[in-house]
Write a protein that binds this ligand. Structure first.
Ligand SMILES: [Zn+2]
Length: 96
């Protein structure tokens, strides 16, 4: 498993969430997983730092290449806003 925000392995937290679609129509299916660093940003409500961190994920490099960094950052903000709206319960620690 990887962090759904920054793609590092072995995320420690699970955020209950409903399924939703991103702006391109890709479907996010239910819960999101977060590493310790992303969990701290989420709990702090620091969405700007969370979006910047997500752009450093290996999977985001292609998005950055295609869209450019500014649009990729907009995409991350929008995606995370959708995640925030889809949340449906308190996060909890998952077994390693
Ligand atoms: Zn992370």
């Amino acid at each position: 498993m990887i962090c759904d925000f920054c793609s590092v392995p072995d995320p420690a937290w699970r955020y209950p969430a409903d399924s939703f679609h991103d702006v391109f129509g890709s479907r996010s299916v239910e819960d999101w997983l977060a590493c310790e660093a992303c969990q701290q940003l989420i709990q702090a409500g620091d969405r700007a730092a969370l979006a910047r961190r997500s752009l450093n994920a290996p999977g985001a490099r292609m998005v950055v290449d295609v869209l450019g960094r500014a649009l990729a950052l907009d995409y991350c903000h929008d995606l995370h806003a959708r995640f925030w709206r889809a949340r449906c319960g308190a996060p909890y620690r998952i077994a390693a």
